[in-house]
Design a protein around this ligand. Structure first.
Ligand code: RNT
Ligand code: ZN
Length: 425
């Protein structure tokens, strides 16, 4: 089936009507689009190849996370991954950012261990980012490695193993600093370690004390550039169901006392616990934070992000807290069972749509109703808002940014699959 583009005339006439409808509620659609255009989302590289990376001694994904599925067309090397990412970029509006993991190095066929990674292994990524006019973010990789097979890295009881991972962390911060300097942009460097235990530990405190010391050691070195170090906690992982050393409480306390960014991943809490309420609880204590935009289903399953209530509520909170300038947004999901470029684009477009929806909210009216004790009216208005023509504003926005409007990108996706992905055997 061919998904046709909406005629240009229809896009603008529908937009003009939507603009009037929003304006009657005191909402300026032009301003909303302008604000959205200023938001940069960091698209994660790892959806493109199921968190495999390009190390010479690739060991396969370990560390409490799992990509399931074997849909054909996975990027097999960095050139393919860059091409795929470019294709994805062409299907959502605006220049965004790209988020790399240390295992996405290019080492010319030579084995480079994690404690020896350096910016030279990412020089092609830097050149590409310059060509694309985008910033890069970074993540040290503390999983998929023989020295993480015990399930413990920075908190390992063995000092030499801790030292190895501290070195990796420092190398990664140096790479992030080079990204920042070479691209003249900020670089968020996010630390997530898989450390944990399957069953009840005899000692919960010891590993946490060791993690704390390792982190301090890792963050001690001054690396220059505009690097924002972040730490990401978690409730549980596969094989660390009972105990995760870097739990959410641990990192919230760490980030506040040590002035690091806390990273809240939407999938890292109890199954019914969402992060939208956490934003206003944390913001009074921190200048900035990182959010991993993901979608848990029954567990930290890292499903492709869609515009569900969790995402809308998060977007609304970011806007209502006036925190767009304080929150770094980074996607984090990996579905290997569907076209991977489709996964990227669905996630990115959904997040942008949710932000636009939030920016189109007449929040002043909602707040006033609440203050006046008119809570039925507040509820009624927020329900009616769901059916306002935000899609007409979204379509117009896509058109103005010269990217596919509405469903038409689905045909482009199929075309790329047929011409490029299906040729990868
Ligand atoms: C794992 C964390 C982490 C990873 C990436 C690949 O549970 O969410 O952010 O998904 O580092
Ligand atoms: Zn995450």
């Amino acid at each position: 089936m061919k998904f046709e583009e909406m005629p240009e005339k229809m896009i603008s006439s529908r937009y003009n009507e939507a603009k009037e409808i929003y304006s009657s509620l005191g909402v300026d659609t032009e301003k909303a689009m302008k604000t959205l255009a200023g938001v940069k989302v960091s698209m994660h590289c790892w959806q493109g190849d199921d968190v495999g990376g390009f190390e010479v001694n690739e060991t396969g994904l370990t560390g409490g996370i799992m990509a399931t599925g074997n849909y054909p067309g996975r990027a097999r090397n960095a050139d393919e991954l860059r091409k795929d990412a470019e294709k994805a970029f062409s299907m959502f509006p605006g220049k965004q950012r790209f988020n790399l993991h240390a295992i996405y190095l290019e080492s010319k066929g030579k084995f480079v261990d994690r404690n020896n990674v350096s910016v030279e292994h990412f020089s092609r990524w830097i050149d590409w980012a310059k060509e694309q006019g985008i910033g890069l973010d970074f993540n040290p990789t503390f999983f998929s490695h023989p020295k993480s097979s015990s399930g413990m890295t920075l908190s390992n009881p063995d000092k030499s193993i801790r030292k190895f991972w501290i070195e990796h962390g420092v190398r990664s911060r140096e790479i992030a600093a080079e990204f920042s300097k070479k691209l003249k942009d900020v670089c968020v460097n996010n630390v997530w370690v898989p450390d944990g235990m399957k069953d009840a530990p005899a000692d919960r405190l010891g590993p946490r004390q060791r993690l704390l010391e390792s982190l301090d050691e890792m963050f001690k070195a001054k690396v220059g550039g505009d690097v924002k170090d972040a730490v990401e906690g978690k409730l549980f992982g596969i094989g660390s169901e009972e105990y995760v050393v870097g739990s959410n409480e641990f990192y919230l306390a760490y980030s506040i006392t040590k002035k690091k960014l806390v990273c809240m991943d939407m999938g890292h809490y109890h199954p019914t616990e969402t992060i939208n309420d956490k934003l206003s609880a944390v913001l009074p204590f921190v200048p900035e934070l990182l959010i991993h935009v993901s979608r848990p289903i029954r567990w930290d399953s890292d499903h492709v992000v869609i515009m569900n209530d969790d995402l809308l509520n998060l977007a609304k909170e970011i806007v209502r807290c006036n925190a767009l300038g304080k929150v770094y947004l980074a996607t984090d999901f990996f579905d290997a069972s569907i076209n991977r470029i489709g996964a990227w684009v669905v996630g990115m477009r959904s997040l942008q749509k949710a932000l636009l929806f939030a920016l189109l909210e007449p929040s002043a009216i909602l707040k006033k109703l609440e203050l006046d004790g008119k809570n039925a009216e507040k509820l009624a208005l927020s329900e009616e808002l769901r059916t306002l023509p935000y899609a007409d504003v979204w379509n117009y926005y896509c058109e103005s940014k010269s990217v596919p409007v509405g469903t038409s990108w689905i045909s482009e996706l199929e075309d790329y699959e047929c011409k490029v992905l299906s040729k990868r055997k």
